[in-house]
Design a protein around this ligand. Structure first.
Ligand code: TMP
Ligand code: ASP
Length: 234
């Protein structure tokens, strides 16, 4: 597949057209941002690691019946994906209290949740991705009722598959963010699944092995991304 013009550049990825309109190429960058782009930096080799880590997760999910946009890895930083229309809802899945949930509800970080929590955010850089509920999503026609039901089921199933797999790698899946896309009236899991978009804690020590090391200036950021890749690929 031939790489054509860039159609989108985000904070962590570039997206290119190909000579086939049904497929796009995603190129992962080393750039890192946090807090709506207010904090900026570079995490060396992050693009390579997030590309490979996302591919491992997408392949695992496909094997377990979740349809994703992933087709194959093309190079160290590039993957081929199905072209989808991204649904502008960020779906956050939480197993343990952390990050914004801890602040919002005054709960201690690390408290296990009695049941899985799903949150929706409206994907809008200008507004800072505000949290919304199903009623907002329907009123704004971001997705249909059936689509929302399917997205919720896919997100919960993805959580179970990832949690079980990560447990065998001595990693706790604290929370993560998913994005979905539409193609021919089908919903596919899209975007990426990486230490940028998940919280991973070491099962034995609770050490943070994700982007929180960058967000909170904890040091050893690149090492954490390498460690996740090493565990997933061993
Ligand atoms: P939060 O606790 O900051 O709301 O984050 C919840 C999860 O979502 C966490 O695993 C990080 C991920 N996330 C993103 O992937 N992109 C974002 O812009 C934000 C705010 C969080
Ligand atoms: N990537 C997001 C931003 O730049 C937020 C985050 O991951 O913390 O705002």
């Amino acid at each position: 597949m031939e790489k054509r013009q860039m159609i989108y550049e985000g904070k962590a990825k570039k997206v290119y057209q190909t000579d086939n309109p049904d497929f796009l190429i995603i190129e992962y960058k080393d750039d890192a941002t946090a807090f709506d782009g207010k904090k900026r930096g570079v995490i060396m080799n992050k693009g390579i690691l997030n590309n490979k880590i996302s591919a491992i997760f997408f392949e695992l999910l496909e094997k377990n019946g979740i349809q994703t946009h992933f087709v194959k890895l093309l190079s160290e930083r590039e993957m081929l994906v199905r072209s989808v229309k991204i649904i502008p809802i960020e779906v956050i899945v939480r197993n343990i209290v952390a990050g914004s949930l801890s602040k919002r509800l005054g709960l201690n970080e690390g408290t296990p949740l009695k049941r899985t929590v799903l949150e929706f955010c409206y994907k809008s850089d200008e507004l800072g991705d505000p949290m919304i509920n199903n009623y907002h999503a329907l009123a704004m026609e971001l997705a249909s009722e059936e689509e929302i039901k399917e997205i919720e089921q896919m997100a919960l199933r993805t959580n179970e598959i990832l949690k079980d797999f990560l447990r065998t790698k001595n990693i706790v899946l604290v929370d993560f963010k998913l994005e979905f896309g539409r193609v021919d009236s089908q919903i596919l899991l899209a975007d990426e699944i990486s230490p940028d978009t998940c919280r991973f804690w070491d099962s034995s020590t609770n050490e943070k092995l994700d982007k929180d090391r960058f967000r909170r200036d904890l040091g050893k950021v690149e090492e954490a991304y390498w460690e996740i890749y090493r565990r997933l690929s061993s």
